[in-house]
Design a protein around this ligand. Sequence first.
Ligand code: NDP
Length: 449
Amino acid sequence: MIKSEYLQKVYAQVVTRDPDQKEFHQAVLEVLESLDPIIEQRPEYENKGIVETFVEPERVISFRVPWVDDRGGIHINRGYRVQFSSAIGPYKGGLRFHPTVNLSILKFLGFEQILKNSLTGLPIGGAKGGSDFDPKGKSDGEVMRFCQSFMTELSRHIGQFVDVPAGDIGVGGREIGYLFGQYRRVQGTYAAGVLTGKGLSFGGSLVRTEATGYGLCYLTQEMLGKMRSDSFEGKTVVISGSGNVAIFATEKAAQLGGRVVALSDSNGFIHDPEGIKLDIVKDIKLGHRGRIREYADRVPGSTYTEGFRGIWNIPCDIALPCATQNEIDGEMARTIVKNGCMAVAEGANMPCRPEAIQEFQHAGILFAPAKAANAGGVATSALEMSQNSMRYAWSFEEVDRRLKGIMVNIFHNIYDAAEEFGHTGDLAMGANIAGFKKVADAMLTQGLI
Ligand code: NDP
């Protein structure tokens, strides 16, 4: 519930302007609900029209992407880039290639990205882009031709001081390579800092692969220490998913002394009470893109159960949802609470529904929201940009040290913001306020633009 009349008016305007953009409305509402205390304290945000400016993207680019398949068939997809905010730095955010991509989803993700990027403490604005192209089932040649066509148009709108895209769903190292190659060709310049998530041989950064999962555990460790005088040591951990974020969260949680006992994919979950053997998971998932059920065939004493939702029936001290959006509803949250969990930290984007977050907060369980907890990926992308600017590559240890420092700072930043505004321990509110305040103050000082 938004209390301030000003914020209510801004939200009503967002809905009236784009009545079909449900995901965008949801994201805006979640943030505006947290801003009441700061709007009361800082009337200049209302007087200078900061919030209505903040919820409107600076620029939305939409373009056609023609490409030819292996049989000579012609296809037209739609490409987008939502350049949401450049108040604190060049636009920064991923590209998603997935059939569900539309403006509502990209505006929701771009809006969240502004706050996430602000929380990293690094000078990066917020953006998101992509296409309704589906890379699944396409040949390498088809993916390459699509990426080249997409970049031919996008290239005129991006640049290392303008807008720096990265990967997201459907855009991994292969796609970033094709996109970078085409940018280089059409612009006739070697500007490595125009994209992040690059291969190590052409300007990529060490630790970028591990960054989101590692960062999630660094923030969770700090939260446990500050708010419960505790740590991962000796804790039972359940992690959903078995992709990039889940695998490297498993690795770091184990290094910090936790025992990860379950992982999942979209078909089902594995349970290994002795602790997941990560080398076997990596062999299955990274080695030959297999299914997680193979683990139970290879590890005596472990079990596989069909259906991914059942994973949350396994009792744990720490829950790290790292699969997909809206996977934990109110009922599952009640089970997690009943089983004695002490902390939930979001590795995926929006894995917990609003009613699940309420359950955790009412039960006094620690809850770290995605925009803070999974910011390690984009933070390390920003470190990749720094290395590109310096034409220098830091060691694994150096990047990891910086990542850890950033995640620890994010935790204290959001904890302090929640405390300052009278909601001690509400890290979701703290993340929204701290992320917004930095961008809003930059907007105030730069005037109406
Ligand atoms: P991956 O594609 O590498 O892995 C996703 C994992 O989640 C897979 O194991 C997938 O299983 C599983 N999954 C997908 N849908 C479901 C479902 N409905 N139920 C259960 N499991 C499911 O993605 P990432 O690990 O990179 O991303 C995971 C989440 O983290 C996403 O929300 C992403 O936006 C977010 N994120 C990722 C960042 C990064 O740096 N990679 C940065 C910030 C956020 P299957 O193989 O069966 O599809």
